[in-house]
Design a protein around this ligand. Structure first.
Ligand code: MN
Length: 355
């Protein structure tokens, strides 16, 4: 059943091995790019690739466009992260000389994303480097090349990165544990756990569970990952989440549920922007609900929409209408310069026409 990943993972492994060799020869480094509004999958997959590259003797960092969310700090991957807009020595050096530790960026690799427009402040760096490799599972990816491995059937970019790591191990004769370090294995496991909703979404396949098992062997602690990513919450977050749930509105014979969380609510409860992360899937679990949407307003005024469906509603297509993207049953979008209630009204009208 893992046959279907062979061609893509082997090709990806070869591409990565060749940029590693070139980086070593030319004294360059490699940057790996997650998408903005980082989640477990893009952080895990980019960290996994950094682990592979470092294990083979080249320099690499995850070019993270924002601060790592607090609920991912337990991963212990901070030494893998480079934040271009941060105030670290590396960021200062990069701003002045376009180098990190004296090394130029020789190649870039994107995981869980293919377009620079969704990489936030890091996108400009991705665009500026010619050699690009992509590992992604988003159905919305339209371009194709030898250097891209796109598999919308894969549960997560992290599962794909695991198969790439296996191939790299095979090609180099190294053991997998020499390539995926324990903290990287934990991060890759965290990505699979995130994108499969703890192995409950329909994208969970037998090989997904086998992969998770292998990652536990490599040092990924499943209970640590699940507690930190899903269950652990502050009191503030708990109260804000309860408020957002109590304000849910239902339409279309209760098939559509939406809740709107203005920035004032985050302020009132003292919760961070991830304060309502658990709400949208809880809404989707209501037995009458086909489509659930959470609209939240961030401190900078941006309105972020999370879209989840149960069986047939195409969330990706819906999110694309608002400039976002994602998957059939889980997608998201960001709207700027708009009133959150106007956006909600537009969504409700559009859903009433479509559902
Ligand atoms: Mn993903």
């Amino acid at each position: 059943m893992r046959e279907r990943y062979k061609e893509g993972s082997a090709r990806s492994a070869k591409n990565i091995l060749s940029v590693i060799e070139k980086a070593k020869d030319d004294g360059e480094l490699i940057l790996v790019f997650p998408h903005r509004s980082v989640d477990g999958d893009c952080v895990g997959s980019s960290s996994g690739v950094v682990s592979i590259i470092r294990a083979l003797g080249a320099d690499a960092y995850v070019a993270i466009p924002e601060e790592l969310p607090e609920n991912m700090s337990f991963l212990g991957i901070s030494d893998m992260l480079f934040r271009p807009d941060g105030d670290s020595e590396a960021a200062k050096e990069f701003k002045e000389t376009r180098t990190i530790g004296g090394k130029k960026v020789g190649a870039v690799i994107a995981t869980d994303i293919s377009e620079s427009s969704r990489m936030g402040v890091s996108g400009e760096i991705f665009d500026s480097v010619e050699t690009k490799i992509v590992i992604d599972h988003h159905a919305s990816v339209t371009s194709r090349s030898d250097k891209m491995w796109i598999d919308p059937e894969a549960s997560s970019a992290c599962e794909m990165v695991f198969y790439v790591a296996e191939m790299v191990a095979e090609f180099t004769g190294k053991a997998l544990k020499e390539i995926l370090y324990p903290n990287a294995a934990k991060a890759v496991l965290a990505g699979i756990v995130t994108d499969t909703g703890r192995f409950t979404f329909k994208n969970t396949r037998p090989e997904t569970l086998e992969t998770a098992g292998a990652l536990i062997d490599l040092g990924g602690d499943i209970s640590d990952v699940c507690y930190n990513l899903f269950d652990r919450k502050t009191k503030q977050k708990f109260l804000l989440s309860a408020k957002a749930r109590s304000e849910v509105q239902f339409f279309c014979d209760d098939k559509f549920a939406i809740t709107v969380v203005p920035y004032e609510q985050f302020e009132f409860y003292g919760a961070g922007p991830d304060g309502v992360d658990d709400v949208v899937s809880a809404m989707r679990d209501i037995d009458s609900v086909e489509l659930a949407i959470v609209l939240r307003q961030l401190q900078n005024g941006e309105i972020r929409g999370n879209v989840r469906s149960q069986e047939y509603f195409d969330c990706c297509k819906f999110a694309e209408y608002f400039g976002g993207g994602g998957h059939m049953r889980a997608a998201g979008f960001t709207v700027r310069d708009a009133d959150i209630n106007d956006v909600a009204e537009e969504i409700i009208k559009k859903v009433q026409n479509e559902l």
